[in-house]
Write a new protein. Structure first.
Length: 264
């Protein structure tokens, strides 16, 4: 029997572009990582109780049919650079969407970063437990990949995620059916910065700035060079008159479960 699970050390090498992945013939097993109960201070508890209310995060009102809206999305975290990214976004009052990997959430002791993502008002989405190509897995394995990540995020933050991003963009009818059952919309992208491949901040910022109104921009907060690119990226898009929104805000509602979205 072969275990299909990416070690945490290899996650930084993983991109979210569509790749050709060999079909798995053997049994698929998702490792269970034990969770420890974290001590929660009053402020954190208050944020968590608020987050449990329906409609979290509270969507700000934007008419993206008239405004030049762009949704920045960050995959594969939380990682060592995510906190710095959150500081940058907070300073500029920019909200984004974070598609988190369950293994990375489990490795974030006490769930501090994922709690902060929610507490700062960003949208959080499911990016699977171990970043496999979901379209290459049997049904039960797809279900576990999504459910394990859903469970740990909900346990740590109280949030029920409503959006997901299939690793590598690899999806098919079976994956769509499972995401529909889990109440998750499939969010892909229209602008790929290729930041996983080209580790040059200026290049990443330039590619992101090519966004059009309604674009969903693909980025990875596990890369230092990507986080370094964010100030210039925001400046370039800001000068063009763009409004930064979460994925759900881009559509003015929570996207429909199972449906695939690439741009507005």
């Amino acid at each position: 029997m072969r275990v299909w699970a990416l070690p945490l050390a290899l996650l930084a090498l993983v991109s979210c572009v569509t790749l050709s992945v060999p079909r798995l013939q053997e049994q698929y097993v998702v490792p269970v990582v034990p969770l420890t109960r974290a001590v929660v201070d009053p402020d954190s508890l208050a944020k968590r109780l608020i987050s449990m209310q329906a409609g979290w995060p509270r969507s700000r009102r934007f008419d993206c049919a008239r405004l030049k809206c762009v949704a920045l999305t960050f995959d594969d975290g939380p990682g060592e650079h995510t906190g710095r990214l959150l500081d940058m976004l907070s300073t500029r009052d920019v909200k984004a969407t974070f598609f988190v990997i369950g293994q990375m959430v489990a490795a974030d002791k006490g769930g501090h970063t994922v709690r902060r993502i929610v507490g700062d008002g960003h949208e959080i989405g499911n990016h699977s437990w171990s970043h496999p190509a979901l379209s290459e897995l049997p049904h039960e394995a797809v279900k576990r990949e999504l459910k394990y990540t859903e469970d740990i995020v909900q346990r740590l933050t109280g949030v029920r995620m409503r959006v997901m991003r299939p690793p590598y963009g690899a999806t098919d009818e079976a994956v769509a059916a499972e995401t529909r059952r889990e109440g998750l919309a499939q969010i892909l992208w229209s602008v790929d910065t290729l930041d996983w491949r080209d580790r040059k901040s200026a290049t990443v910022a330039k590619r992101a700035s090519q966004a059009k109104p309604g674009s969903i921009v693909l980025l990875h907060d596990i890369h230092r060079t990507t986080v370094d690119a964010v100030p210039e990226m925001l400046d370039r898009l800001g000068r063009k008159g763009y409004t930064f929104v979460t994925v759900s805000e881009l559509y003015g509602r929570t996207p429909a479960p199972g449906r695939k979205y690439t741009e507005r």
